[in-house]
Design a protein around this ligand. Structure first.
Ligand code: 3HC
Length: 303
């Protein structure tokens, strides 16, 4: 009996991946670069719009490797090898010899389409393109590609190093060999891959954001964020909603909520109050600490 995950094509169709490109050098992109280099042991090149961002991304990878070394989770040799595998560039020309390029740039359809147009002009015809989008349509992203069959959704969760799940998204034109390669990569990355439909926010974020939406509604009605978080703590959640919101980033969470609202209407209300706070630079609605958390004073919240 085959142990193939549901919907995964025959693994014999999978292509080798010997060099990975990551578009973006932000937090998600840097976490991906580290994972690919550490688990697949192949060169990974990250690109971003300026050298400072690229340096920050590579710096993050080095710092995380050093943390692993400090915890003796990685040998000194493996640490040096992993660091050497990750490089950065301000030019997408660095993807010319990559077989798999994943984007983790701003969550905006036109931005992602523009990125893929630029990448497609550089990469080989066989190179697989992947998007780490958390809520946008993979089908729409493939529309203007010269080779739409090479695009696949490859959606990781934060923190990438420890969250085991990977949502693999098949768009109508995604090739079987591309999908088979995605599943083989997931295995190499030691992630549990599930094949999900190309629906707004796929499966996990759709459910998670429904929960977040209700908690934010309670907050808008006057329940302090820390009170809501503490009330939900004994419910067995690995991380309570506002703590998770701060980790993922409130603007990112709000953006996913907007996509879900556009798709499903009032089932996913977008909080105008939360948007005001985000616009004012609020990054966390409360600051959890070891002793149970400290609420941000209401004066900074009631804008
Ligand atoms: N980066 C790397 N490693 C991290 C990390 C991070 N940001 N945060 C925690 N870890 C590691 C720790 O170093 C530790 O590793 P160790 O055992 O080698 O020391 C391990 O994870 C466990 O951490 P802790 O003991 O400090 O804390 P917890 O037991 O509370 O676990 C957690 C931390 C795994 C993050 C857990 O709280 C959890 O599962 N939270 C839920 C996260 C979640 O729901 N993520 C999904 C968000 S939605 C999303 O990402 C989708 C996107 O599209 C928006």
């Amino acid at each position: 009996r085959s142990k193939r995950p549901a919907g995964a094509p025959d693994r014999k169709l999978a292509r080798p991946v010997t060099k990975v490109g990551v578009v973006g050098a932000g937090l998600m992109a840097s976490q991906l670069a580290l994972l690919f280099a550490r688990q697949l042991k192949v060169p990974v090149v990250m690109t971003d719009i300026d050298q400072a961002r690229v340096d920050k991304g590579v710096g993050y990878v080095h710092a995380e490797v050093d943390k692993l070394l400090g915890k003796k989770r990685i040998s000194p040799d493996a640490a040096n090898r992993t660091k050497a595998l990750v490089t950065g560039s301000v030019s997408k020309e660095a993807f010319a010899d990559a077989d798999f390029v994943i984007e983790a740039v701003f969550e905006e359809l036109n931005v992602k389409k523009q990125v893929f147009a630029e990448v497609e002009a550089i990469v080989t015809p066989e190179c697989i393109l992947a998007t780490n989008t958390s809520s946008l349509s993979v089908t729409a992203m493939a529309e203007d590609l010269a080779h739409p069959e090479r695009l696949v959704g490859f959606h990781f969760f934060n923190p990438v190093a420890v969250m085991p799940l990977l949502e693999i998204v098949r768009a109508p034109k995604t090739d079987d060999a591309v999908l088979a390669t995605a599943f083989e990569l997931a295995k190499g990355l030691k992630k549990t891959a599930v094949l999900v439909k190309d629906a707004p926010a796929f499966v996990v974020n759709r459910v998670l954001l429904r929960l977040m939406g209700e908690v934010v509604a309670a907050f808008d009605e006057g329940t302090p964020a820390g009170v809501a978080d503490n009330a939900l703590r004994p419910m067995g959640l690995p991380m309570t909603p506002f703590t998770l919101g701060a980790m993922v980033g409130l603007p990112v969470a709000q953006h996913v909520q907007e996509s879900l609202h556009a798709a499903f209407g009032e089932r996913f209300e977008v909080s105008a109050n939360l948007q005001k706070l985000i616009d004012n630079g609020v990054k966390s609605l409360w600051a959890p600490t070891a002793d149970g958390g400290q609420e941000i004073p209401a004066s900074t919240l009631s804008l």
